[in-house]
Design a protein around this ligand. Structure first.
Ligand SMILES: NC(=O)c1ccc[n+]([C@@H]2O[C@H](COP(=O)([O-])OP(=O)(O)OC[C@H]3O[C@@H](n4cnc5c(N)ncnc54)[C@H](OP(=O)(O)O)[C@@H]3O)[C@@H](O)[C@H]2O)c1
Length: 294
C-alpha cells in the first residue's frame, strides 16, 4: 500500500526539506502550497512521488475546497505551514494572521480530514510558545499588536490543539495519534523574517541547518512508538538544536481547561465541528465560519 504524507507549506524551508526526505524514502507526498507555481518548482527539485495542491490557510474557503477535492486517505498529516512575526494583518475570514494561518486554518483542515487519516497528525509548534498566552482578545483587536507575542500565542495554540486532539481521539476510540513537534532554531526564510535586533534575539541566535531542524518533525511523523499527546523537539540546550527527543512544553500548554475553551472557540470561528468529525459524522456548518469576534 502507498504510504501517503500530506505536508502543508511544502514549497520552502522545513516543509520542502521534509517533503524531499519523505519522497526519497518512497512515500507519496502531497505538497499543499499557497502558491502552486512555487510548489511545482519545489516538487521538481525534490523528485520522487509528489503531488502539488493549492491550499491557502488564510482563507477557510480554500481549506474547504482543498479538503473536498483531496481523494482517498492519507497516513500522516503534517501541519507545518506558518507565518512568523509578520506585521499586523488579517485573513480572508477576519482572523489575526498568526492565529488564523498557524492555528485556525490547520484546525479546520485537520477537522475536515481527520476521518481520512490512517496513522497520525503532527502539528508544528515553536519553542517560543513559552511566551504565549491565549487571550480573550484572540485577534489583537483591543490592545497594542506585538508580532512576536502574536506568533507565540499561535504556537501555544498549536500545542493545546495537538494535546487536546489526542485526548479526544482516545476518548472516541480512534487509534490514531496526535503529536506536536518543533524544529528548535532553524535557518529558513520564516526564521529570517524579522531582521530587527529584538527579532534576532527572539528568533534565538545561531540557527541549525534545515536538515537538522526537520528531524524532530520527521521523527514525530514516522517513528514507531511515539506516544500521542507529546512533543518532539531537539535535545540540545534550551531545545534550540540537536537530535529528536521527547521534550516538555510549558505548563500552560498542558492546561486542559484552556485547551477545551480554545477548542470550542476554534469550532465556532471555523464552523468545523470536531465532535462530529471524530465520530465519523462530519458536517461542517453550512453557514460557514463565524466572524472573528468569538
Ligand atoms: N525556522 C525556525 O527556526 C522555526 C522555529 C520554530 C517553529 N518553526 C515553525 O516551522 C514551520 C515552518 O516554518 P519555516 O521555518 O520552514 O518557514 P518558511 O520557510 O517561511 O515556511 C513556511 C511555509 O508556510 C507557508 N505558508 C505561509 N502562509 C501560508 C498560508 N496562508 N497558506 C498556506 N501556506 C502558508 C509558506 O508558503 P509561502 O512560501 O507561499 O509563503 C511556506 O511554505 C512554521 O510552522 C514555523 O512556525 C520554525
Amino acid at each position: 500500500m502507498t504510504y501517503t504524507v500530506l505536508v502543508t507549506g511544502a514549497n520552502s524551508g522545513l516543509g520542502a526539506q521534509m517533503s524531499g526526505v519523505l519522497a526519497a524514502s518512497g512515500a507519496k507526498v502531497i505538497m499543499a502550497c499557497r502558491d502552486p507555481v512555487r510548489g511545482r518548482a519545489a516538487a521538481a527539485r525534490i523528485g520522487g512521488r509528489t503531488e502539488v495542491r493549492a491550499l491557502d490557510l488564510a482563507d477557510l474557503s480554500s481549506v474547504r475546497t482543498f479538503a473536498a477535492a483531496l481523494p482517498g486517505e492519507i497516513d500522516v498529516l503534517i501541519n507545518n505551514a506558518g507565518v512568523m512575526a509578520v506585521p499586523h494583518g488579517t485573513t480572508a475570514d477576519g482572523f489575526e494572521a498568526h492565529i488564523g494561518v498557524n492555528h485556525l486554518g490547520p484546525f479546520a483542515l485537520t477537522g475536515l480530514l481527520i476521518d481520512r487519516v490512517r496513522d497520525r497528525v503532527v502539528t508544528v509548534t515553536s519553542g517560543l510558545h513559552v511566551l504565549g498566552r491565549i487571550h480573550d482578545d484572540l485577534h489583537w483587536e483591543h490592545r497594542r499588536y506585538r508580532r512576536w507575542l502574536a506568533y507565540a500565542q499561535s504556537k501555544l495554540a498549536n500545542l493545546l490543539f495537538a494535546y487536546e486532539l489526542q485526548r479526544r481521539l482516545a476518548a472516541a476510540g480512534r487509534p490514531i495519534l496526535s503529536v506536536a513537534a518543533h524544529p528548535g532554531v532553524t535557518a529558513t526564510e520564516g526564521q529570517r523574517g524579522d531582521r530587527s535586533l529584538s527579532g534576532k534575539i527572539l528568533a534565538g541566535g545561531r540557527a541549525q541547518a534545515v536538515e537538522m531542524g526537520a528531524l524532530p518533525i520527521l521523527y514525530a511523523a514516522t517513528a514507531p512508538g511515539v506516544p500521542g499527546g507529546t512533543c518532539i523537539g531537539p535535545d540540545g540546550f534550551l531545545q534550540r538544536q540537536g537530535h529528536p527527543a521527547l521534550v516538555r512544553s510549558s505548563r500552560k500548554s498542558y492546561d486542559r481547561a484552556v485547551a477545551a475553551d480554545l477548542w470550542t472557540r476554534s469550532e465556532h470561528l471555523t464552523g468545523v465541528r470536531f465532535a462530529d468529525v471524530i465520530t465519523g459524522r462530519c458536517r461542517p456548518a453550512a453557514s460557514g465560519p463565524s466572524p472573528a469576534s468569538a
